[in-house]
Design a binder for this molecule. Sequence first.
Ligand code: CTP
Ligand SMILES: C[C@](O)(CO)[C@H](O)COP(=O)(O)O
Length: 390
Amino acid sequence: MTTAVVIVAAGQGLRLGGPVPKQYQTLGGRAILARSVSAALGARIDRVLVAIDGQARPLYDAAMAGIGDPRLAPPVTGGASRAETVCRALAALEPEAPDVVLVHDAARPFAPPALFEALAAECRPGQGAIAAEPVVDALWHGAGGLADSPRPRDGLWRAQTPQAFPFAELLAAHRAQAEADPPALDDAEVARRAGLAVRLVPGPAENFKITAPADMARAERMLAGETAMDIRMGHGFDVHVFCEGDHVTLCGVRLPHSHGLRGHSDADVGLHALADALYGALGEGDIGTHFPPSEPQWKGAESHIFLAHAGGRVAARGGRIANLDVTLLCERPKIGPHAAAMRARIGEILGLDAGRVSIKATTMERMGFVGREEGMGAIATATVILGGGA
Ligand SMILES: Nc1ccn([C@@H]2O[C@H](COP(=O)(O)OP(=O)(O)OP(=O)(O)O)[C@@H](O)[C@H]2O)c(=O)n1
Ligand SMILES: C[C@](O)(CO)[C@H](O)COP(=O)(O)O
């Protein structure tokens, strides 16, 4: 199956305003049109063709300067309405006659490449598919700035692009409706008028159309969030040796046991590994860096102090913890019955939803120091988000 994408970019962008039409304005340092074209080229597509206003050729050339993909065809000139622009672009593709064509607004720079592929896969003779969002708000008809009467929203969808169709059928439909007045708003309307079925495929909210100044501001915020968000991973590992005693403290929970765990503090291997994972994510050393074993005041200390300190460092860096994952290594005691209490306790220490904490355990199949019950260990990972509105 061969697939082409038509990107309609012949509009004037009057509602947005600005010195040049919106598709040539920059978002995060790149022309909106370049972003839309790159989204299409990111998909498994054979050809991408952009329809522009003939007067805008220098703006087009400047916007496409960094894109050297051979699948990008020279641009064609669009028309006075969106429908006319699509029709002209389809006519230009007629010699190579792809099986499927997707029409996409230049003004939607955040369409995921996978969406192009998902829509193309829904096309078959007599059927196309469009990206769309179900309407979730109450709908009102208004007049003179006053709400007049509510409208049912059941079954209503807001159309996005891309919109995908069997190429020959969409071209024939557009040609048959070339004189339609008013012209169709989108290709789904053209296709439905011609009797094609149109599947509705959910598109993401981020795939919004830049129409008014508020949309431009929203797009800038989205890009700022993406570039500034700093996602960190850290891991921690700890072991302690068993000694005489009648309990162990694991992940902040005291469990009766035939032995205790020896350590400078309360020897909670789970919390130690977790604290080290958090320090690791921040690049701030480990527990020993912050609580040196040489300092007597930490002797016998309860380990929630260490974990709370590590959590405090995340907050001090303006970050937040996305999730924590601990695996305890021991033959005994059984951890499963206590995992929920451990998750709750860690959540309490860090002010974190227990749903972001995972506790697992494994034996070592009687091998090694854990298998011989000489001691136990813990491995932990932490994901921390710094910046990007963390
Ligand atoms: N004659 C036209 C009109 C619109 N479009 C394209 O269709 C898409 C969606 O249209 P819209 O958001 O309405 O863009 P404009 O027509 O440029 O905006 P405005 O109505 O504010 O002038 C845009 O990528 C636009 O460039 C087009 O190719 N040819
Ligand atoms: C095709 C479209 O993007 C679907 O939502 C939309 O109809 C185009 O915008 P316009 O303002 O109607 O030109």
